[in-house]
Write a protein of this length. Sequence first.
Length: 393
Amino acid sequence: MNATYSSQSKLIELETKFQTIFNCNSEGIYRTPARINLIGEHIDYNGGKVLPCAISYYMHGLFSIRNDRRVVAYSNNFDSKFSADIDTISYKKRNSWSNYVFGVFAILKEEGFVIPCGVNILIDSNIPLGSGLSSSASLLDLVFYLVNDVFNLGIDLERIAKLAQKTENEFCGLRCGIMDQAAIALGKKNKALLLDCGNFKYEYKEMALRKYSFVVLKTNIPHNLVKSKYNERVEECNKALEILKKTFEIDNLCQLYEYQLPECENLLNDPILFKRVKHVVTENERVQQFSAAMTAGKTEEMGRLLCESHKSLRDDYEVTGEYLDTIVEAAMNAYAIGARMTGGGFGGCAIALIENRFFEDFRFRVDKEYFAKLKIHPDIEEVEIVDGPIKIK
Ligand code: GLA
């Protein structure tokens, strides 16, 4: 399915649509992927290490230059069009998805970049929305990448990731970390990105999985509440950090070690805050162990760590919910050697590590168990690990 998404016929279809919507030819096509996070969840905004990779779901952006100063954005998925003046852009709830396009122009202006004229942009995507596969980061990276290239702004991929995060934080109001924007901007085929979110140092890790693969499990429950719940977790972590800073010399929670947890528990004197800190500290440790296991090809160990991560997100960080828990359980009852939620949680997607030869039966069994319990079907797909943004033509 994903291979055909960027096929010649699909691109022609998009160009034709562009002509219909904007009454002119498109002048170029750009593409960004989606992402999964293998491990290191909800610790990017706590200065931790994460291990995401770009996957083969895509967002396409087509553009043409305008001779006025308007940005006109059309979504082929929603069949909706919004327009704004480059010089007076502000966040408006009624602009829904197009805030992610307009926000890019607002942040570029704030950063001192001069955009000489308006643009028409058509967006088309097969990244399921609200699925935890980062459709919003993909859209932000796409628009930054496109605008940067079209107007020769000279922004590198690392800065694109940082500006995209800034847009999401300051323009769109989600206090997310840098993981998604970086995973997509810096994605590399068959490699995972080991990113230290405390200092933005990163390296690529070979995904030595041999006969195993990561499979994406969509709960088909969009994570609607994520914005408020997500910001609530960020707030809890900040609160815990303020308290712990008085005793420990730390700038972020991921600078704590597991052996310090009992002391943290006393200092915090708040079971909820302690659970959050416990997740953050143990998850950061798991990322290093997982990354070492992956390099050594120790798949069983990877599987064990995935399960521990999910448990920690379920019991201590409390961001999973019935649908994610059920799908992870169903995966483990089938052939998975490890499974966990991926992304923000509260619905969305999980990943499972399975032996390739079991895929078809795995899909059948997980679907059966999940449907029996929750009366909706999940989507279960094999994905490829792919490169970051490209200009297609
Ligand atoms: C969302 C955010 C990321 C990260 C994950 C959880 O995807 O955008 O910054 O915090 O949740 O790991």
